[in-house]
Ligand binder design. Structure first.
Ligand code: TXA
Ligand code: MG
Length: 325
């Protein structure tokens, strides 16, 4: 990628087109956040319902006032610690901020990404970039430029290629629009880390929290049915399915690997960061293997794994169900 590519991507945004771009979490499908027609193209390309809000990506905390009002001190504190980086803040929207971005709610999601290409694009473009994860609605997020092209083909005007994303799963989302700060989506910045920076405990999302429809139970899903289970059960089930001539794909620790023909086995990383880095590429590869089922080993029940656990639970709920498109 050269500065010419950055300029070209910025021109596509100015012209109201869609740009796939890397962030440190996953690839985004970006449009000019101030251009409703451009933002609507994101929804059309993803097949996403109109009332699902999108994140506006900004260069720095100084841009927050363009989109949000009544910004609490907690927002400054969290941004000082984690921006640029994988943290999204939900704030009260400023009057006039488009419903196309907010899904008709009174809140706006803002994030300043740290990926150098995302930052270069924000600088070259000079405005906010609306971008959800670059996957079709309900499906597995994209962590390479190739994934983005596979998802959208001609519907995306330009893809900036930054290689594989560092973190591999989406940002942590913290709601600061109401009384008590709440965690709406776990990410690589753990709940404990956010609480430490805030100096106060986080609440869980409740009925008063803004809707975060992207955190629906069914999400991040491959088309092959995916089941989450303990390792010993995987070995048993994989063997029994293979005996019945059914094809099985597995994501589990390599030490478990049985010698069974016809099983596609991806050895999962032992470390949560490495596991997250490869998670979506692994799910895509297992999905592409054309098996009858994907069996995923239940990760450890520790805070460092909570974002991975969240994505796997949703992938299991959404896989192969007709309403998770
Ligand atoms: O890491 C990320 O956050 C990636 C990269 C591209 O920045 N983006 C991402 O966007 O994951 P998306 O649209 O796939 O997920 C954003 C989540 C969704 O669950 C959405 O419902 C929620 O943020 N969200 C967006 N705006 C919101 C708002 N105003 N209030 C509550 N939730 C909001
Ligand atoms: Mg998404």
């Amino acid at each position: 990628m050269t500065s010419r590519d950055i300029q070209r991507a910025a021109e596509v945004l100015r012209a109201g087109g869609l740009v796939g771009f890397p962030t440190e979490t996953v690839y985004g499908l970006g449009a000019d956040a101030s251009n409703d027609e451009a933002v609507k193209k994101i929804y059309a390309a993803k097949g996403r319902p109109r009332n699902h809000p999108v994140i506006v990506h900004v260069s720095a905390f100084g841009d927050v006032a363009t989109w949000a009002c009544d910004v609490p001190a907690a927002a400054r504190r969290l941004a000082a610690r984690y921006w640029p980086g994988p943290l999204t803040l939900i704030l009260e929207r400023r009057a006039g901020v488009s419903d196309a971005l907010t899904g008709g709610q009174d809140t706006i999601a803002l994030r300043s990404p740290s990926h150098p290409l995302a930052r270069a694009l924000l600088t070259a473009f000079g405005g906010g970039i609306a971008a959800p994860s670059a996957n079709r609605y309900g499906r597995v997020s994209a962590t390479t430029a190739e994934h983005v092209r596979t998802e959208f083909g001609e519907a995306v005007d330009f893809v900036l290629d930054g290689g594989a994303c560092d973190f591999g799963i989406e940002s942590t989302i913290v709601d600061l629009s109401g009384g008590r700060a709440a965690l709406l989506r776990p990410g690589s910045i753990t709940m404990q880390a956010v609480e430490e920076a805030l100096g106060a405990p986080l609440g869980a999302a409740d009925a008063d929290s803004p809707r975060a429809p992207g955190t629906l139970t069914k999400h991040y899903a491959p088309q092959t049915p995916l089941m989450l289970m303990e390792g010993d059960l995987i070995v048993e089930l994989a063997a029994s399915m293979a005996r019945q001539g059914r094809k099985v794909a597995v994501l589990a620790r390599s030490t478990l690997r049985p010698l069974i023909d016809g099983v596609t086995w991806i050895a999962a990383a032992e470390d949560p960061a490495a596991y997250a880095h490869d998670l979506y590429a692994n799910l895509r590869a297992l999905d592409a293997a054309g098996c009858d089922a994907i069996l995923v080993e239940q990760p450890p029940l520790a805070p460092a794994w909570s974002a991975v656990q969240d994505r796997l639970t949703r992938a299991a709920a959404g896989s192969a169900s007709s309403d998770a498109t």
